[in-house]
Write a protein that binds this ligand. Structure first.
Ligand code: ADP
Length: 330
């Protein structure tokens, strides 16, 4: 019997964050690559949907790939590659644009949020920001992935991908596997430490509330100790009423494989909770940082992994994308 196939990715729009790690990467490393035929992608084409600088994008893409390996993705177990090196993503993306409607794209929360942010910065909104979910659907469907391990913020896009797969299959014949999103049990949505009502994101302009995977331990400690907490002083787990404290409990629980509500019972002050959370994050990231430093010293080895990964990915995607072209009458 065929193994489960899994696809997921990370955008090189900034330095990778604790949210990326806890929401997605850690499961890829600890679970997904061992139990399935898994493909993990630096989705560099998606990074072109917002204002970007080519030299910076190149640096960030390399750093993201290096961090995926540093976090523990093993090229012997899974396939790691860059989206732009496998043409099938763009080939299929166009067919997805011809399957989706304008209305369903405009309804996407991420589109509305990022479009508003671009406009607030005085920039223009790239058309590709609107069509982003078509490319994401192509990313997933090209590989026949059954599962897409992502943070909660990506649930809506995966839902749209399912709709497009079903619609395409109904119109043109069974071509795509209908995938489903999976989320971690704890910390599926890590919040910004300074603004605990919005998610921690790598492209936020204000960085004080964002822990980056490559932050020095002292920087991590400072950011966590300065995290915004809520009114009141007792430590309770309540994501609605006490989002700041709940976020810290989620992070601590995720780092220590604990349960956030149980953890809350053990604290009587915010200070102690912050201190333990900071240390847990520092310890969790320590091996990732040191492995990153080793790997970054030998960029050609990372390149070789990406090249081999792209070849494997292409071989998987090609026949299905060809079949989709045929099915649509091309
Ligand atoms: P961003 O650019 O917002 O950092 P990406 O689009 O690159 O995120 O997402 C990469 C993966 O990390 C996705 O699976 C996404 O759901 C997950 N992710 C991103 N931010 C968070 C967060 N704050 N909490 C949990 N998961 C997150």
């Amino acid at each position: 019997t065929a193994r489960t196939r899994i696809f997921s990715g990370v955008q090189p729009t900034g330095h990778l964050t604790l949210g990326n790690y806890l929401g997605a990467m850690r499961r890829w490393v600890e679970v997904d690559q061992h139990r399935a035929e898994a493909l993990f992608c630096v989705v560099d084409l998606h990074a072109l949907t917002v204002e970007h600088d080519p030299a910076r994008l190149r640096r960030l893409s390399r750093q993201a790939a290096t961090l995926l390996l540093a976090a523990g993705l093993d090229p012997e177990l899974c396939t790691v590659f860059a989206q732009s090196r496998v043409d099938e993503h763009v080939r299929l993306s166009y067919l997805m644009e011809c399957t989706a409607s304008d209305g369903e794209m405009r309804r996407m929360i991420q589109y509305k949020e990022k479009a508003a942010r671009e406009q607030a910065r005085g920039g223009s909104v790239r058309l590709s920001l609107l069509t982003y979910p078509a490319l994401m659907a192509a990313d997933i469907l090209a590989y026949g992935a059954q599962e897409v391990p992502v943070g909660e913020d990506q649930a809506q896009h995966v839902e749209l991908t399912r709709d497009l797969a079903v619609r395409f299959n109904q119109r043109y014949g069974a071509t795509f596997v209908v995938p489903k999103a999976t989320h971690p049990a704890v910390a599926a949505r890590v919040m910004d430490l300074q603004e605990p009502t919005s998610k921690m994101g790598k492209s936020h302009a204000r960085t004080a509330g964002v822990v980056y995977l490559l932050d020095e331990p002292e920087v991590v400690r400072k950011k966590v100790m300065r995290a915004v907490t809520d009114g009141g002083s007792e430590v309770v787990y309540d994501r609605e009423e006490r989002p700041g404290v709940a976020n810290l409990l989620d992070v601590l629980a995720a780092c220590t494989d604990g349960d956030p509500e149980r953890l809350a019972e053990g604290y009587s002050s915010y200070g102690a909770l912050k201190k333990d959370t900071a240390e847990a994050v520092v310890e969790m990231l320590r091996p990732v940082r040191s492995r990153h430093a080793e790997l970054a010293a030998d960029p050609s080895a990372v390149d070789a992994v990406l090249r081999a990964g792209a070849e494997r990915a292409r071989a998987i995607a090609r026949p299905r994308v060809d079949a989709a072209y045929q099915a649509m009458g091309l």
